[in-house]
Design a protein around this ligand. Structure first.
Ligand SMILES: Cc1cc2nc3c(=O)[nH]c(=O)nc-3n(C[C@H](O)[C@H](O)[C@H](O)COP(=O)(O)OP(=O)(O)OC[C@H]3O[C@@H](n4cnc5c(N)ncnc54)[C@H](O)[C@@H]3O)c2cc1C
Length: 412
């Protein structure tokens, strides 16, 4: 039986899931403390495609930005490798950035509730309390603990040491550049669109996002691009190793990717991608990379501990709902913890959100079925052929209402 005599909730991870949890729980009258491992999360540079569900949950959190939450686009376009248009698709959408969403949430949390440079290393729980211990040797006590600590969650590791994150067999090259660096004729073709290019092993995509300091002024925004490339685990290990031979398992810092790999990517782009997209890549001084991982939990609740966001389910990014999923997990958990029968509420939270998280992660597998080295089994090959068709890819990747797809069993 879980009770909350102190009404004190510990939140591990100060990114999207952690901050939404803090906002919703404070509103329910809980005393929350957020502990974030990094010493500052000012800008991770990631572009975020949004959906209606994200705007709905931002409104519920009363996060309203008078200047808007991102750059408005009105459709999608795909270029063949010779630069011809392979397809277009109308879809109004707002493209935002991780930094803008994060800062908007952080503004709503009192600074004494949010602690940087606090890395949780272990946790324990008994019948009444949960205790989190940090790298600096300090321990904090609460009624309940939320693990919002992402794909490589330490919380999850403490409650389920057998959990294993899977590498999907592909990674992305990424770039983020000032919009003014893109030649004007190319800019005119991509500025109001989510732009795609198709290449064997994975597609390229790019769109405008806010500039530094969340600036949405025309001329001060940035262009965010990503190119999915296949890579074995052995090759990934090489890519994540810097010039000095140091291996960065959880992600290589942007400036440390070896020059020979950046140059090889540029050469490959010349062979495989449309001239317009090559221009954007060539204008990017320091492309960086990110491996694609996935994880699906069997459970989200472990006594006085719950997992939310990517810690519970990391979906491949093609679905592009990780932010709203983390936010909705947080909302559902806050409602469960504050209802008249929390034990019943928590069981419902786990049942509903596990089912949804799994559906989203599986949808990510479908959308990414043609990325990486070609599949050997017939079912995946069939999916791969279907999801790389321009008209399909343009309408379903990072769609504004993805639930229409991931909740539909008849996807193909
Ligand atoms: C390339 C790419 C593109 C994406 N595009 C989109 C998109 O277009 N739309 C979308 O909705 N989503 C997108 N996503 C997914 C989205 O970024 C994630 O789903 C979202 O950030 C998950 O939030 P989270 O809070 O659960 O985890 P995270 O954002 O991963 O945050 C976890 C936090 O926990 C902290 N932490 C970890 N361990 C500890 C510890 N031991 N102690 C304390 N703190 C700790 C970390 O430092 C981090 O700040 C994309 C993801 C990728 C990789």
């Amino acid at each position: 039986m879980i009770t909350f005599p102190k009404r004190k909730i510990i939140i591990i991870g100060g990114s999207i899931g952690g901050l939404f949890s803090a906002i919703f729980l404070r509103r329910k009258g809980f005393d929350v403390e957020v502990f974030e491992r990094a010493d500052g999360l000012s800008d991770r540079g990631a572009g975020i495609a949004t959906q209606k569900s994200l705007h709905d949950v931002l409104a519920k959190a009363e996060v309203v930005r008078p200047d808007g939450t991102g750059v408005e686009i009105d459709g999608r376009i795909m270029f063949a490798s010779n630069g011809n248009v392979l397809g277009t698709h109308d879809m109004d959408q707002i493209m935002t950035s991780w930094g803008l969403v994060h800062r908007s949430l952080l503004e709503r949390i009192p600074s004494d509730c949010y602690h940087n440079s606090k890395s949780m290393v272990s946790l324990e729980q008994d019948a009444e309390n949960v205790y989190a211990t940090f790298e600096d040797g300090t321990t904090v006590e609460g009624d309940f603990l939320i693990g919002a600590d992402g794909t490589w969650s330490s919380t999850r590791q403490c409650v389920n040491s057998e959990a294993k994150v899977d590498y999907c067999g592909y990674f992305i090259w990424r770039g983020l550049i000032d919009e003014m660096l893109i030649p004007r004729d190319v800019f005119g073709q991509v500025s109001r669109r989510l732009t795609f290019g198709m290449a064997p092993g994975g597609h390229w995509l790019g769109y405008l996002v806010a500039g530094s300091d969340d600036d949405l002024t025309v001329g001060r925004r940035r262009f965010n691009w990503a190119w999915y490339r296949p890579g074995t685990e052995e090759f990934l290990r090489e890519l994540l190793t810097d010039e000095k031979g140091v291996y960065h398992q959880y992600g290589i810092p942007h400036g440390l990717v070896q020059k020979k790999y950046r140059n090889a990517m540029r050469e490959e782009a010349k062979r495989r991608l449309a001239p317009q997209l090559q221009e954007i890549i060539m204008a990017t001084e320091t492309p960086f990379l990110q491996p694609i991982y996935e994880y699906m939990s069997e459970r989200m609740l472990f006594g006085r501990v719950a997992l939310v966001g990517d810690a519970a389910f990391t979906a491949r990014p093609h679905v592009a709902v990780g932010v709203s999923k983390a936010a909705e997990d947080a909302l559902a958990l806050s409602e469960a913890l504050s209802c008249s029968e929390p034990n019943v509420g928590l069981r419902k939270f786990e049942r509903d959100r596990t089912e949804l998280g799994r559906a989203i992660a599986k949808w990510g597998q479908d959308l990414g079925s043609y990325c990486g080295t070609p599949a050997k089994d017939e079912a995946t090959q069939k999916k791969a052929l279907y999801y790389q068709r321009p008209e399909v890819l343009l309408s379903v990747t990072a769609a504004t209402d993805p639930s229409a797809y991931y909740l539909d069993e008849r996807k193909i």
